[in-house]
Ligand binder design. Structure first.
Ligand code: SF4
Length: 67
């Protein structure tokens, strides 16, 4: 089971979405919770262990054209 002690897993998970309110509050919503009843839609942070964690990979930028 993946673990990330310092910042919590949700911050780098593909299932996490930031939800901002009109008053400026920001929540983290777990989109995987829609299909997995073991997860909470709004998890208590920091999440240190999660069976559904999938690390978000930065998108690769294409190499510069050498011309
Ligand atoms: S799947 Fe787990 S780690 Fe990913 S956002 Fe949901 S609760 Fe956080």
């Amino acid at each position: 089971m993946p673990q990330l002690i310092e910042r919590g897993l949700c911050l780098t998970c593909v299932h996490a979405r930031r939800v901002a309110t009109r008053r400026g509050s920001v929540f983290l919503m777990c989109q995987a919770a829609e299909d997995d009843q073991r997860l909470r839609q709004y998890p208590q942070l920091p999440v240190r262990e999660c069976h559904a964690f999938r690390e978000e990979r930065p998108t690769e930028t294409p190499a510069a054209d050498p011309r």
